[in-house]
Write a protein that binds this ligand. Sequence first.
Ligand SMILES: Cc1ncc(C[n+]2csc(CCOP(=O)(O)OP(=O)(O)O)c2C)c(N)n1
Length: 285
Amino acid sequence: MSVRPEDYASRVEIAWCPGCGNRPILEAVKAALVALDLAPQRVVICSGIGQAPKLPHYLRVNTFNGLHGRELVSACAVKMAAPDLCVLVHAGDGGAYGEGGNHLLHAIRRNVDLTLVVHDNKTYALTKGQASPTSDAVEGTRVTVLGAAAAPLNPLALAISQGCSFVARTSSALPEHLQEMIQAAVRHRGFSLLHVLQPCVVWDRVHTYAYYRERCEPIGARHDPRDARAAFALALQDGERIPVGIFYTADRPVYDPSATSGLDRPSRELPVDPDRVRDRFSRFR
Ligand SMILES: Cc1ncc(C[n+]2csc(CCOP(=O)(O)OP(=O)(O)O)c2C)c(N)n1
């Protein structure tokens, strides 16, 4: 049986602004999962708090909606308990690189087999436009009126420096490329970081769809994504052109806690004793 787009149709009304850069990401995720023939039952999308983390609400899919910046924590737990499921994480640049920065480092280090899609609108959109870890000049925001005081983080250089086993960049302004990159990230075995440059139509008047369409440039065929130094240099590239595509891939052992947990099966397959669970929870009453 092949999977159809209707299988992912959710009845939840979309609360994002018209033209929001999250919308093309939602469409591309749906198209990618259908193209990969992944039934919704096989997919879990974890997210936290923010505009980007609303994405799984708009798909008929398994979801865990947790705390801001802790989306990787729940995703790692899901993957440990049910390694056969396809796990994605959707986070804003604030959640992924600010509040959740610590978790990102350790997910990279462990090489947990999941895909983190970061919706980079260069602002804390849900809380009304404060500077985020990737803000450069925050023009148009009524909150951070003097602009960002600190230099922006370079998430791709950071991830490559830590040996992240898949690092790619794309944009909401390039829907076909976006879908292609999501498919590649999901297919990769190990931790995938997909950085998506997206406009925020309310709080940022600079980084529009046209801005990204004019500047994004596919990485040339001469780049070898297995070459960490070349990937790092590409990630540091500064200027008018924004390289998009796969920066870096590496074959690294995937995190497998079964070797040290003493369990012979994923915890999802272990029998559950309801009395014991009730007893555990009663301690927190
Ligand atoms: C630990 C914690 N810090 C701060 C907040 C407040 N807060 C909720 S959403 C948000 C901004 C989200 O920005 P981002 O993660 O970039 O996602 P976006 O809304 O831009 O998609 C903030 C600061 C929170 N809920 N929890």
